[in-house]
Design a protein around this ligand. Structure first.
Ligand SMILES: Nc1ncnc2c1ncn2[C@@H]1O[C@H](COP(=O)(O)OP(=O)(O)OP(=O)(O)O)[C@@H](O)[C@H]1O
Length: 254
């Protein structure tokens, strides 16, 4: 792996030491049955950071997030979350540990109302927290309050993405992982969703995000990684990677 050299005259933003890490993937090997997709992947996310993972189609971004969520079998290495061995947990145990995943397909209950979808997100939480969590989610996405009685399947793509993120927030995560939250959204909605992710981080939730929209993801990220063929090949701050010629050519279309 290499780290980009800062442009002359610019001081690199300080990298946080791995000791600060909330989430650590160490020498991770994972995949589907006998097909290994991740070949010794290393990354870490410090408490309070937004970290992006960018890479070409098929590089292993979704597989990485699915491994963190306990949805893909890990055949080597480890995933540590706040010191706990996530790679040994079942998906519901990962959620209870505070690590909540928003899948690319959003996996909403289409024929249930917005409010019912949100309440289902709180299944791991005591009833007493639900009202306060709902208020926080409605504060983050006011449209969900206005549409609370609407069926999820009748919402626009952007509203459904907000609902998927809102439902994940109902589980009161310490760390949120998001798989391509901007996919299929109009540019103004992409900006709204990414801005909300910034506010989620500001509220104290750590974020690991996979994004096809690399330039906007890098703009809100504290740090980022580039994945190629199941391994990390580049890391840096969001600004460093946005300036790196290899990233600009391969992922930013510059
Ligand atoms: N359920 C599965 N069974 C077998 N192979 C899979 C499965 N899901 C993904 N793969 C393969 O794993 C590799 C990595 O896929 P992954 O979805 O992690 O990539 P990605 O970087 O997220 O790409 P994309 O942006 O296209 O989703 C690809 O070669 C893909 O075909």
């Amino acid at each position: 792996m290499s780290t980009p050299t800062p442009a002359p005259g610019t001081a690199p933003a300080p990298h946080r030491p791995p000791g600060d890490s909330l989430l650590q993937l160490r020498d991770l090997h994972a995949g589907y049955r006998r097909l290994e997709i991740l070949h010794g992947l290393d990354l870490h996310v410090a408490r309070g950071e937004i970290v992006s993972l960018i890479g070409a189609n098929g590089a292993g971004k979704t597989t990485t997030l699915r491994a963190v969520a306990g949805l893909v079998s890990v055949t080597g290495g480890e995933i540590l979350f706040d010191g706990a061995a996530v790679h040994k947990m079942k998906p519901h145990q990962v959620v209870r540990a505070g690590l909540v995943h928003v899948a690319q397909d959003r996996a909403l209950f289409g024929d249930l109302q917005v409010i019912e979808n949100l309440e289902m997100g709180a299944y791991s939480q005591p009833r007493s927290t639900v009202k306060a969590s709902l208020e926080e989610v409605f504060d983050l996405f006011p449209i969900l309050a206005a549409r609370r009685a609407q069926k999820a399947e009748t919402m626009s793509g952007g509203q459904q993405q907000m609902l998927a993120i809102g439902r994940a927030m109902m589980a009161r995560p310490t760390c949120l992982t998001l798989d391509e939250p901007s996919v299929g959204l109009a540019p103004n909605l992409v900006a709204q969703v990414l801005e909300a992710i910034g506010r989620i981080r500001d509220s104290g939730v750590t974020v690991l995000i996979v994004e096809q929209n690399a330039s906007q993801a890098l703009a809100i990220s504290d740090r980022a990684y580039v994945i190629e063929s199941g391994a990390i090949v580049l890391e840096g701050t969001g600004a460093e990677l946005a300036d790196d010629p290899r990233v600009r050519e391969a992922y930013l279309g510059v």
